[in-house]
Design a protein around this ligand. Structure first.
Ligand SMILES: Nc1ncnc2c1ncn2[C@@H]1O[C@H](COP(=O)(O)OP(=O)(O)OP(=O)(O)O)[C@@H](O)[C@H]1O
Length: 204
């Protein structure tokens, strides 16, 4: 599905990683690990096509993503570190904004999955940090994208929420999708699907 070939990333004249290659196949859950500042967010942004690598290529189905931006965007759900939830809008309005072609029933079902029923009309600014993140994570029940790229999706999420998300990731992988995520947590991995890629100074 996704092929990362020999990529390098330089920020402020510092090489974050260099010569990094890996494949992501249907069924994979890939956890990008590494200390603060190692370049995890930078790597996810490269994979999402939001920035360009100094060297190397990211390919989707054998073609560089830079040559097929629209196709890549259609196959991708990227939730960044600050996942773009609009604070003045409600969870319902945010999800309608992102997934305009989803029915109300589908959106309510997604809100139920992230335990936000009863909060659907409350402005996001009035929700807790974990609830605000859950608004963005509800998209995992609405998006048809095959590849999910998720930057620290578990931040502020409670233990039960993490377990539920792991089941969602595993189901997505079992259904032919793939998940690439960063987190500083140890992921519960009862189905043995999580593969780890560690960004350390050996890549710099
Ligand atoms: N747009 C940018 N311009 C300049 N430097 C940047 C830019 N983006 C990131 N950096 C630098 O690159 C380094 C890696 O940042 P990045 O956010 O990728 O790390 P990270 O591994 O995700 O860290 P954390 O675990 O703290 O989230 C940091 O030192 C950061 O200051």
């Amino acid at each position: 599905m996704l092929e990362v070939i020999n990529i390098s990333c330089v920020r402020d004249e510092r090489t974050l990683f260099h010569g990094l290659s890996f494949h992501v196949q249907a069924g994979d859950i890939v956890q990008i690990e590494g200390p603060n500042g190692a370049g995890k967010t930078s790597l996810l942004r490269l994979l999402a096509g939001l920035s360009r690598a100094e060297e190397g290529e990211v390919c989707w189905q054998g073609q560089p993503i830079r040559q097929q931006r629209e196709v890549w965007q259609q196959n991708l759900l990227y939730l960044g570190h600050h996942p773009g939830v609009k604070a003045v809008l409600s969870p319902l309005e945010n999800l309608h904004f992102w997934h305009g072609d989803s029915s109300d029933d589908a959106i309510f079902a997604a809100l139920e999955q992230v335990e936000l029923l009863g909060y659907e009309e409350v402005p996001v600014a009035q929700l807790s940090a974990g609830q605000q993140r859950r608004v963005a994570l509800a998209r995992l029940w609405l998006s048809p994208a095959a590849i999910w790229i998720l930057d620290e999706p578990l931040t502020a999420i409670d233990k039960g929420g993490v377990e539920k998300l792991m089941v969602r990731f595993a189901d997505h992988a079992d259904n032919g999708g793939a998940v690439i995520l960063t987190t500083h947590q140890d992921l519960p991995d009862s189905r043995g699907q999580v593969r780890k890629i560690r960004l350390t100074s050996e890549w710099a």
